[in-house]
Design a protein around this ligand. Structure first.
Ligand code: NAG
Ligand code: NAG
Length: 579
């Protein structure tokens, strides 16, 4: 803490413990207390007018989601092997400063460019910065492994939250985008300072565009190389951005078309409301963890992590497991693209998409900057990338209008679904009522594809009603039996789900769970992960395209992928409406 902060804290504590006592003192008392009595309210007023509101509130007892820096502890890798990612010296023993924007007058905007388009000079420059970073001693927080371990710390739950024994984790909720933005911001500036180049910017892996859908060549060489990758996925293999452990078997053209359609679903039709894209609101405390990732976090984010990591390692390390992911330099290009897509989505949505909840805006984390200084940074600090001094090169968005077509013409599908309805054998044991489809208290294991008929509470809503409230397919009570990778896809009114994928309009979305390994906790009583989770998929536009908007019910098919269905059960499916 710098001197100014110390003064504030001391004064504030004084004010809180002393203030009421002084007010209660008889007005006639003189001497030191009398002096103090006249002094303290002034100090308090002065503090109030200068200290940021959130910090005043925190001092007054409002709990803000943040790590307790004294708690860093061992956590579990994804393969249940204990990992220790904590810094050699506790961050709680270091003085920290509050984040300051870089000085705008001295600022040259850093432009992040697509990794497949950068030139040799840039690669040489970045290669040099990265090799210096790798050669720094581990005690130096700018060291590459220390950088990678920041990700390990915050995703395996090595820190407890403040005022709580709950672990702090930055995946599967609305912390996902801003936390990774912070990590990249500091990482980029450290690289820049190591080569004394203010203009240095990270590249982005442009996997949402056909030309970028392979591992960029630069990552095959020099300091960018990582031997821990799936050898069959190296260039020129086209990436399956919705990878599910099983090779898609598609030829390059079909894979590209599927990828583009998938991006449309994740960025446009499936992401019309803030929570659908950003993830669920994660609040401080034991009960606060919500476990509801947004579309992009589920895939391509998780899927590509898995696709790149080595199939010879237990959890597809490096990129395929949270604890080791940031050891592969491609991690930073992968997340740079995710950071870019957040900006693109905000541009498409406009102001209505912004989150104003102070619990989100005030959540804060700690990173070391390029001067090895520990910095406290809040989510509200990272919402304007121009102020942060960087931008992205504008590239085409080939998925923007790639609205998928139904695999089967809706009229034919309607007829075939009617036939299915008459055939009782296809229906699982179930209870369908007005509010949805429930598998009962035991749930239903996804050992095979499951088809159910789900009632829709409202039909034929007006355009305005649909804009206000997105129709959301809620797959609830998803129970992941073991801490394993699982994935399933969701289709609406599909005739033959074995033959279609994200290139078809019937595809509503996917659920992907990477392993966490967070069960090892520091203290008896530390809260562990709440296991059951929900998947929310926006389907208003999809239902129009399937000509199902007038139907009182829809068929929903859940298809387990990658042989992982035995480890998943779900409690039911229903329709909800999201503002
Ligand atoms: C941080 O953790 C330490 C050690 O467990 C604990 O004593 C302290 O009360 C915690 N602080 C807060 C603010 O939660
Ligand atoms: C690989 O990187 C080295 C520097 O690390 C460079 O000299 C060499 O030209 C690169 N080779 C290719 C094929 O890019």
């Amino acid at each position: 803490m710098d001197a100014k902060n110390w003064v504030s804290v001391v004064l504030f504590t004084l004010a809180f413990t002393g203030f009421y006592a002084i007010i209660l003192l008889p007005y006639s008392s003189n001497g030191v207390l009398g002096e103090l009595r006249s002094l303290i309210p002034d100090i308090l007023t002065a503090w109030h007018s200068t200290a940021p509101k959130a910090l005043q509130e925190e001092a007054a007892g409002r709990v803000i989601l943040s790590p307790n820096l004294t708690t860093c502890h061992q956590s579990l890798s994804d393969a249940d092997v204990p990992v220790y990612c904590c810094p050699p010296k506790r961050e709680s023993e270091e003085a920290f400063i509050d984040f300051q924007f870089p000085d705008p007058s001295s600022l040259t905007l850093r432009i992040r460019r697509p990794a497949h388009l950068v030139d040799d000079d840039y690669i040489a420059k970045y290669n040099k910065a990265l090799s210096i970073m790798k050669s720094l001693p581990y005690e130096d927080p700018r060291n590459f492994m220390r950088q990678a371990n920041m990700h390990c710390i915050y995703c395996t739950g090595a820190y407890n939250q403040q005022h709580s024994n709950s672990l702090l984790k930055i995946h599967r909720s609305w912390l996902f985008f801003p936390w990774h933005r912070m990590m990249l911001y500091f990482h980029e500036r450290i690289l820049a300072s190591l080569i004394g180049d203010d203009t240095f910017a990270l590249p982005f892996w442009n996997w949402d565009s056909p030309a970028g859908m392979v591992i960029p060549r630069m990552y095959m060489n020099g300091s960018f190389r990582d031997p821990e990758r799936d050898a069959s996925h190296l260039p020129p293999q086209v990436a399956d951005i919705d990878f599910d452990y099983v090779e898609s078997g598609l030829d390059p053209q079909d894979q590209i078309a599927t990828n583009v359609a998938f991006m449309y679903n994740q960025m446009v039709s499936g992401a019309k409301k803030t929570e659908l894209f950003m993830g669920c609101p994660y609040k401080p405390g034991e009960e606060g963890f919500c476990d509801g990732p947004g579309t992009i976090e589920l895939a391509p984010h998780n899927a590509l992590h898995t696709w790149v990591g080595s199939n010879l390692n237990p959890e597809r390390e490096n990129l395929g497991a949270f604890y080791s992911a940031a050891r592969d330099p491609i991690f930073y290009a992968h997340h740079s693209n995710i950071d870019r897509l957040w900006e693109v989505w905000r541009g498409l949505q406009g102001a209505k998409a912004e989150i104003h909840d102070p619990d989100w805006l005030d959540s804060y984390f700690f990173f070391h900057d390029e001067k090895s200084q520990l910095v406290r940074i809040k989510i509200r600090d990272v919402l304007d990338i121009t102020k942060l001094g960087y931008d992205f090169q504008k590239v085409d968005l080939p998925w923007l209008n790639a609205r998928p077509k139904p695999a089967v013409s809706p009229k034919i599908a309607r007829y075939m679904l009617k036939t299915r309805e008459d055939d009782q054998n296809v229906l699982p044991r179930h209870t369908t009522d007005k509010v949805g489809f429930s598998f009962g208290p035991e749930g239903r294991t996804l050992d095979t594809a499951v088809r159910v008929k789900v009632p829709r509470p409202k039909i034929l809503r007006t355009k305005k009603e649909k804009e206000e409230e997105e129709e959301v397919l809620l797959v609830y009570g998803i129970d992941i039996k073991k801490d394993v990778y699982v994935k399933f896809d969701v289709y609406v009114n599909a005739i033959d789900e074995t033959r279609i994928g994200p290139e078809s309009r019937e595809f509503a979305g996917t659920f992907v769970n990477m392993r966490h390994g967070v069960r090892l906790v520091m203290n008896r009583g530390d809260a562990t992960v709440k296991r059951k989770t929900n998947l929310k998929l926006g389907i208003s536009e999809l239902l129009e395209d399937l000509e199902a908007d007038g139907d009182e019910s829809i068929w929903v098919t859940l298809v387990p992928r990658g042989g992982t269905g035995l480890h998943i059960s779900i409690d039911g499916i229903r329709i909800e409406y999201m503002r």
